[in-house]
Design a protein around this ligand. Structure first.
Ligand SMILES: *Cc1c(COP(=O)(O)O)cnc(C)c1O
Length: 376
């Protein structure tokens, strides 16, 4: 297959494989695959279809808008959207049969929209058990549950789920996860006393799904693992049985020999100590390569080379040394595929994590989908 000169190759079968692998881990719990943020950079529809092909029961997104895009393109699976503003179109969400996360203030506008539509809203109440982000506080929870029970009795909402989100599950030994799970069980008991016993209790993200069976409950919400990446600093995706689904690749745009002392890229933050050959890689921060990534690896002709100097908007430089046969036009793998280079390696070089590397690959890089299931 002839690829564009710069491409993020998305292996849809890897996404399906990862969902199957995680399902086996968490059975009998259901699997919600998070496809927010354009499927973690892999393409919203590509990720959605591949996750469903792999057996995902639910798809999850942050915003109602993202869920509406899935519905508009024919996705009929259960969908959950959990991050709203006063500007969110709750009515559109209810009409499109999108389940809505509820943290507190949003319950009333959702009930009001349901009332106008004469159609109950399907909601999942969210309890903040320690992350300090969205969700009801423990002290507001009894009040929220009481209001939800009232709206449910009025036929305006149906409480399908109760959920929380973990703060430190990527560090499996931390005691805060135990505290969060304890608080979650307490919140479930409070809801039960108000007659709210939903089918779907869910708490686990990828790290909790893979390391904490006691966090599985009825469903796990997994994102980064679906795309083949490890949420743990000391593990790779493949070591967890996952296949990274994105391969970022291009070709060498220029090669030249430079003398000792040559500075590289803006700021001249790096100077070569001896004569060397430099290779130019046509991907930059406008494509999502972090500007501050220093010494990050790429694979050319089966060998690893490292970025030198600042990443610019459109390009960065790798030092090839003098003992190199790299030529203009050679294939470059930045991460993924069979390169042995993980998005996490770029994360380390840039002081960030694999999540940020994959989700920020820019729209200027065409996604090329391979191994997709044939359309029915
Ligand atoms: C993004 C997100 C997830 C998925 O998290 P991963 O760590 O990628 O598995 C799960 N739940 C919520 C609420 C999220 O925002």
């Amino acid at each position: 297959m002839k690829l564009p000169e710069r491409a993020a190759v998305i292996d849809a079968s890897a996404i399906a494989h990862n969902v199957r692998t995680i399902s086996e881990y968490v059975r009998p719990a259901k699997v919600l695959a998070a496809v927010k943020a354009d499927g973690y950079g892999h393409g919203l529809m590509t990720a959605a279809k591949a996750a469903l092909a792999g057996g995902a029961d639910w798809l999850g997104v942050a915003h109602i808008d993202e869920a509406l895009q899935l519905r508009a393109q024919g996705i009929e699976s259960p969908l959950l959207a959990w991050l709203h503003t006063r500007g969110s179109d709750f009515a559109a969400g209810i009409e499109a049969h999108i389940d809505l996360g509820v943290s507190g203030w949003d319950l009333e506008p959702i009930a009001e929209a349901a009332n106008l539509l004469h159609e109950p809203a399907r909601v999942h109440l969210k309890i903040d058990t320690g992350l300090g982000r969205n969700g009801s506080t423990m002290s507001d929870w009894p009040g929220l549950v009481e209001r939800a029970a009232m709206f449910q009795n009025q036929g305006l909402i149906s409480v399908e789920g109760i959920f929380t989100h973990m703060a430190v599950a990527d560090e499996p030994d931390r005691k805060e996860t135990d505290e969060q799970l304890e608080a979650f069980r307490e919140a479930l008991a409070v809801a039960e006393r108000h007659g709210i016993v939903p089918d779907l209790r869910h708490a686990a993200n990828t790290p909790a799904a893979l390391s904490r069976p006691d966090a599985h409950f009825d469903m796990v919400r997994v994102g980064v693992g679906v795309y083949g990446h490890s949420p743990f600093a000391d593990r790779t995706g493949p070591s967890l049985g996952l296949k990274p689904a994105m391969e970022l690749r291009t070709t060498v745009a220029n090669v030249k020999t430079v003398p000792a002392g040559q500075g590289i890229s803006y700021g001249l933050t790096h100077r070569v100590e001896a004569p060397t050959r430099l290779g130019l890689i046509p991907l930059g921060y406008a494509d999502g390569i972090p500007r501050i990534a220093v010494g990050a690896p790429v694979l050319i002709r089966g060998r690893r080379y490292h970025s030198a100097g600042r990443v610019a908007m459109d390009q960065f430089v790798v030092d090839l040394g003098t003992d190199t046969d790299v030529e203009v036009g050679d294939q470059v793998i930045v991460f993924g595929g069979n390169s042995g280079i993980e998005a996490a390696d770029w994360g380390t070089a840039a002081g960030t994590i694999n999540y940020e590397i994959i989700t920020r690959i820019g729209t200027r890089v065409p996604r090329v989908v391979i191994n997709a299931e044939p359309e029915q």
